[in-house]
Write a protein that binds this ligand. Sequence first.
Ligand SMILES: [Zn+2]
Length: 309
Amino acid sequence: MDVIAIDIGGTKIASALVTLGDGMPAIEHYESIPTEAKQGGDHVLARVIAAASRVQGLAPDAEGIGVSTAGVVDPRTGDIVYANEIMPGWGGTHLGSELSGACGLPVRVLNDVHAHALGEARHGAGTGAASCLCVAVGTGMSGAFIDRGFIVLGAHDVAGHIGHVGCTLAAGLPCTCGATGHVETVAAGPAIAAEYIRLGGDSEDGAEIDRRARAGDEAARAAQARAGHALGEVLGSMANAFDPEAIILSGSVANCGHHWSDALRESYAALAMKPVANTPILPGTLGGDAPLIGAGEHFKAPAYRELLA
Ligand SMILES: [Zn+2]
């Protein structure tokens, strides 16, 4: 099946034709354009429609459009329920119906972290695993629990918000969600940068801090280790609760060196119960292809049990 796949992020809109069959999906006609998110939701929607139309022009037989997007999505309607200040005016966009009307094709929409997780679970690091906990750590932190190919949505569509579970190092810290004590405030990229500055460092760039940690900068190492420790604690707790067959990490923070990953594994080991002590913790393997493949898969067949009639 040929599906037009779109991945909408705060900085870029990626589009491609995804061909789903036996084995690894094929990706053709890949294009990436700036989102220009600051120009508002209507502007972004117009760019998304234009990107989808370009792929449609190259692949007129495509059966539909699968969309991965930043923000909270109602997967039943394809509406953007909420988007943060990185994409002003994106919340409230009737993405699914607008895109479907403009292109004359059926559309299915899901959140970008869910799309990424679905791609990795079905065709990337999670291939063959009956269940996966996928966690993305970058500017923010989120995830998805995937059980036998289906993303767990929960009673309020909130399941998988692993950035918003408690950890000891975050006690009392205010979180972007309005609550306090959540792991995102310690484990995400901005938290590593803030801790590095607090310890006397002079860069807020995650890749630069990682380079310095590898070169022996003690403050950079300590900032990364603190974040790794917090993430490991949460992963150990989640493994005890859900017992996934594999844990898959993606996002820019997952590229940190061994000071981060050593701390992660140490605190994971401290928290994990014996049966889950050796659960594999794996890096994602699909990179930017993961959300496109996930969006294509979600179009082919809904990735949420809740959407099955
Ligand atoms: Zn939170």
